[in-house]
Design a protein around this ligand. Structure first.
Ligand SMILES: [Zn+2]
Length: 350
């Protein structure tokens, strides 16, 4: 399995103007409405479409214009230009590591592990053979069908939407987030809210997969996180990712993106705070769906985000604004109504 965890470093306040400057000789740059894509020729369409699509989703679910965003392909290219991009009108910026680059990083990490385990002076041919053998165990090196390649491309694009969603959300509600002390996974919002904001940016099929799995599992033991816990817990991967950072063999960049693959990813997931870390994601998405449907407002997350950014908690927001939005007035009542709604949806499934 492959896990990309991104903790995004801070950027500063917004400014208004846009320019199409391209600061990277080896990348193509394209200005789209509200964004700058900087990517290799084979990726530029994907990146430009992701910016446009994610900004549209953001506006649907937050009811306000999305901040301007730059997405720069590859590791190590963005950091030196962050200040310049901000001046150019892109306060939000994301480094994007493609699937192929992740494969290269994985190969490099495996090569390092192999070399460490073999005696000094082992011939390259032996090392290469061992690397190939290890790679073949953890991924298909050939024989991907066209459908599989299309599916992988779609999920890569959806993962890019997700990561763009994190930076748009932070920039929109916490533009001065440097002062927050960085104790949260992605930003100053409660971790579940920050993560769910990004999940809402994913494409329909990725969201549908999470939704189906939530309906399959919410009634199982450990299949539901009590909402008072969900609203206050740290991201279940935060401690594990922090422990992993800087560890031998980890591949990373100064911007905080780390790539973890194979056995290392399994080990990291086992070190997470809850038995099934993906539950944190699918339950957040399910709760967002419940709130959108019950309130009849696809931008209900925007209304709550305004409250959280001005210092409300979920409890105080529900008490003050829940009834007007058509939602229960306490966390306890919200949980009961959400569980009812989940069981109705599970029963109504075809
Ligand atoms: Zn995320």
């Amino acid at each position: 399995m492959c896990l990309l965890a991104t903790l995004v470093a801070g950027a500063g306040a917004a400014s208004a103007q846009t320019s199409a400057q391209c600061y990277w000789d080896d990348l193509e740059c394209r200005t789209v409405e509200g964004g700058l894509a900087a990517a290799s020729p084979g990726q530029i369409d994907t990146v430009a479409d992701a910016i446009t699509g994610t900004r549209a989703r953001f506006e649907t679910h937050f009811g306000r214009p999305a901040p301007q965003v730059a997405v720069v392909e590859g590791t190590g290219r963005l950091d030196a230009q962050r200040g310049q991009l901000e001046t150019d009108g892109y306060p939000a910026a994301l480094p994007w590591i493609t699937r192929a680059q992740k494969e290269d990083l994985k190969t490099a990490a495996i090569r390092k592990q192999v070399v460490d385990q073999l005696p000094p002076g082992t011939p390259d041919a032996v090392i290469n053979g061992a690397v190939q053998q290890a790679l073949s165990k953890i991924s298909k090196v050939s024989g991907e069908s066209e459908d599989e390649i299309a599916a992988a491309k779609a999920s890569e694009a959806s993962a890019l939407n997700h990561e763009i969603g994190h930076v748009l959300f932070m920039e929109a509600y916490w533009p001065d987030r440097e002062s927050s002390g960085g104790k949260h996974y992605g930003g100053p919002a409660p971790d579940w809210f920050d993560e769910t904001a990004a999940l809402l940016m994913e494409d329909d099929s990725m969201q549908q997969g999470r939704w189906d799995r939530l309906l399959d599992t919410y009634a199982e033991p450990d299949g539901f996180i009590p909402l008072d816990q969900l609203f206050s817990m740290q991201h279940p991967l935060l401690a594990a990712v922090q422990a992993y950072r800087g560890k031998d063999g980890a591949t990373g960049s100064q911007t905080g993106a780390i790539v973890i693959t194979g056995e290392e990813a399994d080990r990291l997931l086992r070190a997470a705070d809850i038995p099934d870390p993906e539950l944190f994601y699918r339950q957040g998405l399910g709760l967002a769906r419940y709130m959108m449907e019950t309130s009849g407002n696809p931008a209900i997350f925007g209304a709550i985000a305004e409250g959280l950014a001005s210092g409300e908690t979920m409890e105080s927001w529900l008490a003050a604004d829940g009834a007007a939005a058509g939602l229960p007035g306490t966390v306890e009542a919200l949980e009961a109504a959400f569980l009812d709604w989940l069981s109705t949806n599970a029963a109504d499934r075809p």
